[in-house]
Design a protein around this ligand. Structure first.
Ligand code: ADP
Length: 710
């Protein structure tokens, strides 16, 4: 290599060296960068681990992370408060979940937890759930949530969270306890007030029934009316408390619209009697008769709104318009509405929204004499809301008001309610209430620890002429039941030593105990009490103070029909006379628009069935399928006049019960003749008796009897 070549090589090497140096520098810089990044990441990870540890240390919850084999990976520090056998390192190394929680959850809860964990590992989700457990003798309510730890498609394990809810559950239980105490207090208060009221109402009823002294009657009537007002106030307060505690329930069932209209109309007609007001019913006759809803609460709202209209109207009229409306896009439900328009005192514009608030009464100076609690509209609005409806008002001060209520309802059967032209003033008017039947053969036991209540019960039962016995405690009731087979027992609930429920249960276990109807007789008037008593094994329920009308229905429902005597025509005439003269009923008035034929007077039949059309229809069916005439004809052919007279006598009574007056009249004529030995009348009239009987049965079977519509 010559000198120039050598120099060239040196230059080359120097260039190479410079490049390598530069690369080295770059490498160093890169290295530096990597180290710094590594340190940063390390710091970040350390920080993250620190934060996670802080979280786990300070967490008020017990948290356990497991791998997919359900072995512990990590826990919050709270775990070591409950479980002292394992330390942190052991947990990190992995303890089976069942061992880790062995001191915290008993076997059955552990079993549930493990099976839930497996489900979550399989991909199902489990809602958080509450368990009650005891750790070192102390009670804990724990909410357990199980979540899956998963990244991309890889399952890492579970995240199980235990939240101590003991305090919250205790608070809920305490409030439920307080609620129960409130309900019990209300039930007791109602009981305490209703029990003496039973005597007040009952005794005033007796004075009204038995006294000839007009002054005493007036006073008794005032006592009874005040007692009833007090009772309705108690009922309002009970309803209000139920709404407040969220316990108000809507109980839907099938009902007949005409029954609601007639029942409400009857009550209202009695109220309106005292004032020069015309009560007008404007009913859309195409509304289906069969409805599905809460009949009792619908009646309650209507009674409240119409009673208000009567209270705040001194003259003019009250028009009750009942209508229906469809709901757009809903073929199943529709709106059932009622507007009550009065020509009363009206309500100022600014006060119209206030009247729906609790305990609010407006215009109090003007209405000083009008009784009320200011709760009726609040309760009605609430009930209507619960039935998918509302109550609203339009009013002009000094001119009158229109209250409109509507509820959502439906009906499976579209048969229209038809025309209801007049509302009867029926025997619902207790002033003129008379028992519509007797049950002389019925043996009835009344059990009540209060002598005065026993007196009232026996007094209200007296018109039925049944054989009544009394017992003043559960034990005495058992003794009496062991000796006598009763047809019906009225059992007070709250009695010392052995209460009514216990006594009824014991009776059930005695011979014939399971076939004897036992009616709970109680001052507990909380809504739902009836179903509660039925759940306790009673057949029926009658609240104190005893309403004579309710008593009659309870007797009808529970006494074997064979124990109900056929009415004696003389007694029957007396009953009707009292009902007609005691009421304002015009002779042509009838419950619903009624067909009164020569053969069957539905008005008379319905009176015996308390205006209950279903019951009446049933009675007619029984009558039509019985074999009275066949037996009579056999006795007629054999000339057995004694038994013939007995059977004709029976036919006379039974026919009258179903309103078959023509048949009853001819039977009466024959019976009276045969009784005095004049069998000629029987011989000449028996074929007429047969004709009238057949025509009557044909009319019943034809279905032409318009019992609820014209
Ligand atoms: P109350 O038991 O006092 O009747 P409500 O809640 O039923 O309670 O009614 C509240 C108030 O609304 C009544 O006190 C009265 O001032 C007013 N009010 C209700 N209905 C009518 C009406 N038809 N005409 C005039 N005022 C009425």
């Amino acid at each position: 290599m010559d000198e120039s070549e050598y120099q060239l090589e040196i230059k080359k090497l120097n260039r190479e060296l410079r490049r390598v140096k530069k690369d080295n520098e770059l490498l160093r810089i890169a290295n530096d960068q990597v180290s710094r990044t590594q340190a940063y990441i390390q710091k970040d990870i350390t920080q993250q681990i620190f934060y996670i540890n802080q979280l786990l240390k300070s967490s008020p919850y017990l948290l356990i992370l497991t791998n997919h084999q359900l072995q512990t990976v990590m826990t919050s520090d709270m775990f070591f408060r409950y479980e002292t056998r394992y330390d942190e390192d052991e947990i990190k190394r992995g303890i089976p979940l069942s061992l880790a929680l062995a001191n915290i959850l008993p076997g059955d809860l552990m079993h549930d937890l493990l099976s839930n964990c497996y489900q979550v590992l399989k991909g199902e989700s489990i809602e958080p759930y509450l368990v009650r457990t005891y750790i070192a003798g102390q009670k804990y309510d724990i909410q357990i949530s199980i979540m899956l730890m998963k990244q991309k498609n890889e399952v890492f394990g579970l995240n199980i969270l235990f939240v101590n809810m003991t305090r919250m559950v205790e608070a809920i239980e305490q409030s439920q306890h307080a609620d129960r105490a409130k309900s019990n207090f209300l039930a007791n208060m109602s009981h305490e007030i209703r029990t003496p009221m039973n005597a007040i109402v009952g005794m005033s009823e007796f004075i009204l029934r038995d006294s000839d002294d007009p002054k005493a009657k007036t006073h008794a009537s005032m006592i009874r009316s005040s007692a009833k007002t007090l009772l309705s106030i108690i009922n309002d307060i009970l309803d209000f408390s139920k709404i407040e505690s969220g316990k108000m329930e809507i109980r839907k069932s099938h009902f007949k619209l005409s029954n609601v209209i007639i029942d409400v109309g009857t009550l209202m007609k009695i109220k309106v009697l005292e004032k020069p007001i015309q009560l007008i019913l404007d009913l859309d006759s195409t509304i289906p008769e069969d409805q599905y809803g809460d009949e009792v609460r619908i009646k309650q709202i209507l009674i409240n709104l119409i009673s208000n209209a009567i209270k705040f109207t001194n003259n003019g009229s009250i028009t009750v318009k009942i209508w229906k409306d469809s709901i757009a896009g809903d073929d199943y439900n529709y709106i059932l509405g009622c507007s009550i328009t009065d020509t009363g005192i009206g309500i100022k514009k600014e006060e119209q929204s206030k009247i729906f608030e609790n305990f609010i009464q407006v215009d109090t100076k003007r209405n000083r004499k009008v009784q009320g609690t200011g709760l009726g509209l609040a309760i009605s609005k609430h009930l209507a809301n619960m039935m998918g409806g509302d109550v609203t008002v339009e009013s002009e001060y000094g001119k009158g008001s229109t209250f409109t209520v509507y509820v959502t309802t439906h009906s499976d059967n579209k048969t229209p309610v038809g025309v209801i032209t007049t509302i009867p003033t029926s025997n619902l008017n207790l002033e003129i209430f008379k028992a519509t039947f007797t049950a002389r053969k019925a043996k009835i036991l009344v059990v009540d620890d209060s002598e005065i209540n026993l007196k009232v019960s026996c007094g209200v039962l007296a018109p039925y002429k049944a054989q009544i016995e009394c017992a003043t405690c559960g034990a005495e009731a058992l003794l009496k039941f062991a000796k006598t087979r009763y047809d019906l027992i009225f059992m007070d609930h709250m009695m010392p030593v052995m209460d009514g429920v216990e006594a009824a249960n014991m009776i059930r276990k005695m011979p014939f105990g399971d076939v004897t109807p036992i009616v709970a007789l109680t001052a507990n008037a909380l809504s739902g009490a009836d179903s509660e008593y039925k759940r306790l094994g009673f057949q029926d329920f009658l609240s104190k103070p005893i309403e004579l009308y309710d008593l009659e229905q309870v007797l009808r429902r529970n006494l074997n029909p064979s124990l109900i005597d056929a009415p004696d025509p003389e007694e029957h005439d007396e009953m009707l006379k009292v009902n007609e003269t005691g009421s304002d009923a015009a002779p042509q008035e009838s419950p619903a628009a009624v067909l009164t034929s020569r053969l069957i007077d539905i008005n008379v039949g319905l009176r015996y069935c308390m205006g209950n059309t279903d019951f009446y229809k049933k009675m007619l069916d029984i009558f039509a399928s019985s074999s009275h005439m066949k037996e009579i004809n056999e006795l007629f052919s054999s000339g057995d006049w004694k038994n013939y007279q007995i059977k004709v006598h029976a036919l006379k009574g039974v026919a009258l019960t179903v309103g078959a007056k023509a048949l009853s009249d001819i039977a009466k004529e024959i019976e009276q003749a045969v009784k005095v030995g004049n069998v000629e009348v029987a011989i000449s009239h028996n074929s007429e008796l047969n004709d009238v009987y057949e025509d009557t049965i044909a009319l019943i079977n034809s279905g032409d009897l318009a019992i609820s519509s014209e």
